[in-house]
Write a protein that binds this ligand. Structure first.
Ligand SMILES: [Zn+2]
Length: 133
């Protein structure tokens, strides 16, 4: 990690949903998406910290494991089943791995990154909070 990083837990925030029109009622998919985003913003920083000193080989193995779990049990991830916990954990680990890329990752209502970068959604949140104080 360089001196220009967000620290051991990286930066994990809910991504803005500005492109979506307002809805009149909340659907089951909306509730799932919101709960998953909340869960990811809690879990991804822990996996970022866990993987922060991992070697390239360890990252590759974690990537392969997460990919296999998500590909095999993505239905359990979304709809529940005996592999729900392990597939959601694999998803959080995948976000932690993708956060290492330049510009981080934005998906499923969550943004995660390790270093400050252009157009990071956290910049807007930080300035919004500073204006509220
Ligand atoms: Zn970012």
């Amino acid at each position: 990690m360089t001196a220009e990083s967000y620290g051991p837990f990286g930066c994990v925030v809910t991504a803005p949903r500005e492109a979506e029109p307002p809805k009149r009622h909340t659907t089951r998919d909306d509730q799932f998406r919101e709960r998953l985003a909340d869960w990811l913003t809690f879990m991804v920083p822990m996996f970022i910290a866990e993987l922060r000193n991992a070697s390239d080989k360890e990252i590759e193995q974690a990537r392969t494991d997460a990919l296999e779990q998500i590909a095999s049990h993505g239905d359990d991830l979304q709809y529940g089943g005996k592999h729900q916990a392990s597939s959601r954990t694999a998803l959080a680990k995948a976000f932690a791995i993708l956060a290492r890329a330049d510009g981080g990752v934005t998906a499923l209502g969550v943004h995660a990154c390790l270093r400050p970068h252009k157009d990071c959604p956290s910049h807007a949140l930080i300035s919004e909070r500073q204006q509220q104080q």
